[in-house]
Structure formats: structure tokens, C-alpha cells
Design a protein around this ligand. Sequence first.
Ligand SMILES: Nc1ncnc2c1ncn2[C@@H]1O[C@H](COP(=O)(O)OP(=O)(O)OP(=O)(O)O)[C@@H](O)[C@H]1O
Ligand SMILES: [Mg+2]
Length: 453
Amino acid sequence: MKDKTIFECVECGYQSPKYYGKCPQCDNWNSMIEVQESPDEFSNTNKKTQKPIKLNEIDQLTIKRNLSGLKEFDRVLGGGIVPDSSILIGGEPGVGKSTLLLEVSGLLAKNGKKILYYSGEESAAQIKIRADRLKIDSDFISILTMATLENLKKAVQEVKPDFLIIDSIQTINSKRGSHISGSISSIRFVTSEIIELAKTNNITAFIIGHITKDGQIAGPKTLEHMVDVVLYFQGEFKSDMRILRAEKNRFGPVNELGIFQMTSQGLNSVKDPSQIFLQQSKSYNSGTSIFPVMQGFRPILIEIQALVTETPFTGNPRRVSVGFDAYRMSMLISIIEKKLKLPFYKSDVFINITGGMNIKETAGDLSVLSTLISSYKNLVLPEDIIIIGEVGLTGEIRPVNFIEKRIKEALRQGFNKFILPSFQSNLDHLKKISIFPVKDIYDFYNKIKEIKT
Ligand SMILES: Nc1ncnc2c1ncn2[C@@H]1O[C@H](COP(=O)(O)OP(=O)(O)OP(=O)(O)O)[C@@H](O)[C@H]1O
Ligand SMILES: [Mg+2]
């Protein structure tokens, strides 16, 4: 079959037989380049013809996950690394992707696993400097730099690794086909080849991916569909804190967080994340509230802040929310206006979840609502109180999930007063705890006026 010329957008991967000055999909200008569509790009000639098997006839294999020993890393993967899987890791430049994977390599090598580490960005000497700093020294780690896909395949046959690290997918090219280096189709092609290489040789592949301006892994979404796990590594508030988040996991829960501290000797797992987020919020003012948010199966205490100020004479009221859904904030404001007759329409409202965290669960409604009322009324709540509950449109306070887990984490951190949905306030078995049950928003408003400091 003859190669066909097509045009492809380097930003989003949109393909078309025709050239466009502006990409019809992502609206970027001058982003279309000419590429040759190679007819055998995705042909899987080396796959055996498979016959269907009955589900009940499949041998039940118990998957034995590999623990790296880096606690937070294993947690995010759902309790260790599933053999032969492919894991994509994205993150901003300099956040510590290479450090993380070199550290994991070192730990795996200590357990007798063989690692092949490909780097297209750093020389072998640079990697050695980092390894020395992280105190990694092992015969089980082989380094390959500045290579093509074909070199990599040869190296895999030679080294026969258990784990393959690709740092990064954007720096590896193939001689086959005429993909333009670094183009979306080239990345997609190389990724599919690496996944195939890993699956057929019983290797687990970690693939580092650069991210685009808006924080997505560069390359079309298909890249995320191709791999088993997608992780994002983030640095927060210009500090040494690093957060690893699972976006997709075929073998475990998503939204599990791993929290690390970057030190000169590498990344350390943080044992008590609530402590870290609370440390920054020692002064208690109006408009703040501490909320135990669930991150996967683990509650972490975070701080919600609200600022309600009078709208300047001429302007429309501004509503800005960082870390909390803006529509939900509007809904809560409307409920306050309708039920409590507090005229928020004359006020600018800002919500912020500190530490770059976010609340995606309705269980945080009542806590957010309390910060709004507290800022508006300049009302300071006791510093050892936790507010949990979902707010319904009629102003009723609804039950939430994982209530005991949240309460126990708060108790552990020294909070012992709780405003809870009345349905869930029967917690007699918990000691040394004061509970204020609330059934609706009127009830809540009266309670906070009573207990304010
Ligand atoms: N001596 C050191 N002491 C403490 N931290 C260091 C030291 N050297 C490097 N770091 C940390 O390591 C980070 C760089 O890590 P790394 O090279 O693994 O990032 P990366 O995500 O792979 O970056 P890139 O996108 O450039 O490949 C630095 O931003 C810094 O935080
Ligand atoms: Mg790097």
C-alpha cells in the first residue's frame, strides 16, 4: 500500500487530508504539519490468532503485586505494582519525575529485579550523579541513553529486564515510518510499540510523559487509553511537597494520593499528611474551616477559606472558587440567600482550598457554607470544631459517606467538636467527643451563633 500524506495538529493530534491554518479541533494557529501515514503503524502482525474462551474456563491467577517499598508510591498504585502493566507518569518540568523513578528503580533492584532505564534527556554521567545523591548503586540497573526504539528493543533482548523506565516518551523515535520526531503520531506509535514490547516480554513499563500548558500529558488522550495506569506528579505551593495522584488505574482505586517530601537524598514518603496541611493554618479567623476530605480511602484534613466582601458600587458581584466546584458554590450561596435571607447578591465571594488541594465531594458542602456565613457575619468558630454534611436544595443537611473515618482522623489531630447531619450523629461508641446534630440550615445557623467564640 502506498504511503498517504496527511496533516496533523502537533497540539491535539487532529488529522485531516487537508491543510488548515487553524486547527478545527483545538483552534491553535499554524499547528498542522505534514506527516506520512504509515500503513503498518498499528498492524499487530506478531499477535497470535486468539480464540474466545469461556469466562469460567480461564484459570484464576492470583496476581502478585511487586512492592517497591516506597510506601506512598505503592499506595497510589493500589497496593504495589501489577506485573507486566504499563504506567504513564506526567508532571511539570523539574517536579522530580526522574528522581521518583530512579529511586523506585533502586528499591526494586535491591529486591533482585533487573531494571533498564532509558533516558533521552540526560547523559549516563548525569544519571550517575543523581544516583550517587540518592545513594543508589546496583549492578541490576542498566542505563541506555539517546537511543531509538530499535536500539531499545535490542537492549531489552540483551538485558532482559523486569522493569523498563522510559524517560521520556517524547524523546524516543523510531526509524520506521516517517513520523516527525516528537509529533503526536510518533509518540502514539512509539508508546504502542513499548506497551507491546513490555507485554510480550513480561516487563513492567514506566513511561514518563511531558505535560502541555494546561497540564495534560502531551499527546492525544489516546495515550492515556493505551496504558493501564496514569499518574500525575505535582509540586505544590513552591515547597518541597510533592503529590502523586492516580488519574486512571485498571487495578486499583483512583484519586488515591501519595504525598512526598523532596530532600537532597530523594523523595521521602510523608507519614502524616494532615499535619502538613494543618501546619499552615494555625491562626483561626472568620471565614475558615477545617474539613476531613477523603483522598481515596484516606481522610486528610484541609483548610477551606472564604472571603465575602462588599461589591464595589458599579460592578457585578464576583464569584471565584479555587479547589471547589463553582456551580456548587453558587448553589450554596442561593440556599443561604433564600433560607437565611442574607443578601449575598451585594457581595463578592471568593473560596479557596489551601495547599492546592480540592474538594470534589458533597460532604464538604456544610463546611464551605459555614465559611461563607462566617466571613459574611464576621463570626469566628471554635478552632477545634469540624463541620461535615451535604446540603440539599431545600436546606436539609444530608448524610455523607465515610463519616467515622473522617471523625477518627480529626480526633487523632486533636479536634473534638463536630457538627454532623442529625441522621449520623449517633456515635456513642466514640469517646471524648462533642456532637452537635443539625437537621437543616436553620438549625445549623442557630447552632453556630450559639457556639461562636
Ligand atoms: N541537591 C539537591 N537537593 C535537593 N533537591 C534537589 C537537589 N537536586 C535536585 N533536586 C530536586 O530535584 C528536582 C529535579 O528532579 P528531576 O530531575 O527528577 O525532575 P524531572 O521532573 O525529571 O525534571 P525534567 O522534566 O527536567 O526531566 C529539582 O527541582 C529539585 O527539587
Ligand atoms: Mg527528568
